[in-house]
Design a protein around this ligand. Structure first.
Ligand SMILES: Nc1nc2c(ncn2[C@@H]2O[C@H](COP(=O)(O)OP(=O)(O)OP(=O)(O)O)[C@@H](O)[C@H]2O)c(=O)[nH]1
Ligand SMILES: [Mg+2]
Length: 393
């Protein structure tokens, strides 16, 4: 998958900025023999902020940005001068990006809509300068706070596509053909399994210039939830869809069984997917005559509405769009509300080729980073233990 443009998983090392040290300084001027403490406060370290961008649809730009470091705050100085705040880093991500801790797999945050800003790592606060510590009993405090340390974290960003309708079916069910018949998307179509290797989005025009978004994901096979086929990688893209359109081809041996296998895979992957509204489309029904359709209809599961379609012969497509549209607009299925909880990543999510791709042949970041602090005027005299615990006179 290394050549692909659709990247839905990246691992990045992030570090917020360290707070600048407070200054320990005394006012000195001609005829002012004891000017008193006037050391200013250190500046705040830069935050790392994620920002939703609806023009992005993959995490590709981040694949080549393995380290994201915010600026450190500068130290305060005499005359109660504040140190400059460190520069924040704003990282554009596609809507639907979910962030996990790469060490523990714990869910950290998500970005869902355009323009939404989420603070991933907070910059360290700057230390207070020595003039804050002057008191009646100690008029010449010789200490100031150091800045708060930076936070460093390795994170995994995962993209979960936000589409109204997700196509669910075995390989070769005709999913891509349907997407190309309904939208301007031109996915590759062929009569062998796993033609589609990465998700595709298409905008489906509907009556009165309304439209909805449909996602074609790679075919699912039995055992996909355990990683067989291309399954697991892509199942997460249907977590965020309002409606799931199951597709079983008319020439399947047992339509009901295929539907149940698909359902079972989704349930094993994430039981919450069972709460989504489903529609069953019998694809390639140009191969059926009316009599056969009636016969098949009696054998279909009755907990799901069904429709016979043929993308090639353009049959049943209007009826299908009507069904999808009313399901999408059903209040219970609005994308904004479904509370899908992002389960923590487990071990086998993390050990993947992408990790190697990112971290192979790349010099590991300088984690101790002492020089960095010196550049920004970090005062060696203070150690972190001293923070917020100035010696009392
Ligand atoms: N007769 C008929 N054939 C169809 C129809 N829709 C798709 N096909 C054929 O079925 C085969 C598979 O179609 P695709 O759209 O690539 O199937 P897919 O579900 O996207 O398959 P994967 O991407 O491999 O998961 C192709 O040879 C299509 O021409 C249809 O409505 N009628
Ligand atoms: Mg396909």
């Amino acid at each position: 998958m290394a050549d692909s443009n659709f990247i839905d998983y990246v691992k990045i090392l992030c570090r917020s900025g360290k707070g600048g040290a407070g200054s320990r300084h005394f006012h000195r001027a001609k005829y002012v023999p004891k000017g008193g403490p006037d050391g200013g406060d250190g500046g705040r370290g830069g935050h790392i902020i994620l920002k939703g961008n609806s023009h992005m649809w993959t995490l590709l730009p981040l694949r080549y940005r393995r380290h994201i470091f915010a600026g450190n705050g500068q130290s305060g100085s005499g005359g109660r001068s504040f140190g400059k705040d460190g520069d924040d880093v704003i990282v554009d991500v596609p809507c639907g990006t979910v962030v996990f801790d790469a060490e523990t797999g714990e869910f950290l945050c998500e970005v869902t809509y355009d323009g939404e800003e989420v603070k991933l790592l907070r910059g360290g606060r700057g230390g207070l300068g020595n003039w804050h510590f002057k008191s009646a009993t100690n008029r010449t405090p010789r200490y100031a706070q150091p800045g708060e340390p930076a936070i460093e974290k390795s994170v995994i960003l995962e993209l979960k596509l936000l589409a109204d309708v997700g196509l669910v079916g075995f390989p070769n069910a005709g999913k891509s053909t349907l997407l190309s018949a309904l939208s301007a998307a031109r996915p590759k179509i062929a009569d062998y399994p796993f033609t589609t290797m990465e998700p595709q989005l298409g905008i489906v025009p509907y009556r009165d210039s309304r439209s909805f978004v449909m996602a074609d994901i790679p075919g699912i096979i039995e055992g996909a939830s355990e990683g067989r086929g291309l399954g697991l990688r892509f199942l997460r893209h249907i977590e965020r869809n309002a409606v799931l359109l199951f597709m079983v081809p008319a020439d399947a041996d047992d339509i009901r069984h295929e539907y149940e296998v698909l359902l079972k895979e989704l349930e094993t992957f994430n039981p919450q997917l069972m709460d989504k509204q489903r529609i069953l489309a019998i694809s390639k029904s140009d191969m059926l005559d009316d009599e056969l359709k009636e016969e098949i209809a009696t054998m279909l599961p009755d907990d799901v509405p069904h429709v016979f379609i043929s993308a090639v012969a353009q049959q049943g497509l209007t009826e299908l769009k009507d069904m999808l549209w009313s399901a999408i607009n059903d209040e219970r299925n609005q994308i904004a509300t479904p509370a899908i909880t992002h389960r923590p990543l487990d071990g086998h999510h993390r050990v993947r080729e992408e990790d190697e791709f990112i971290f192979e042949n790349v010099p590991q970041p300088d984690v101790d980073g002492e020089e960095d602090w010196d550049e920004e005027g970090w005062d060696e005299e203070y150690d972190d233990d001293e923070y917020f615990e100035p010696d009392q006179p």
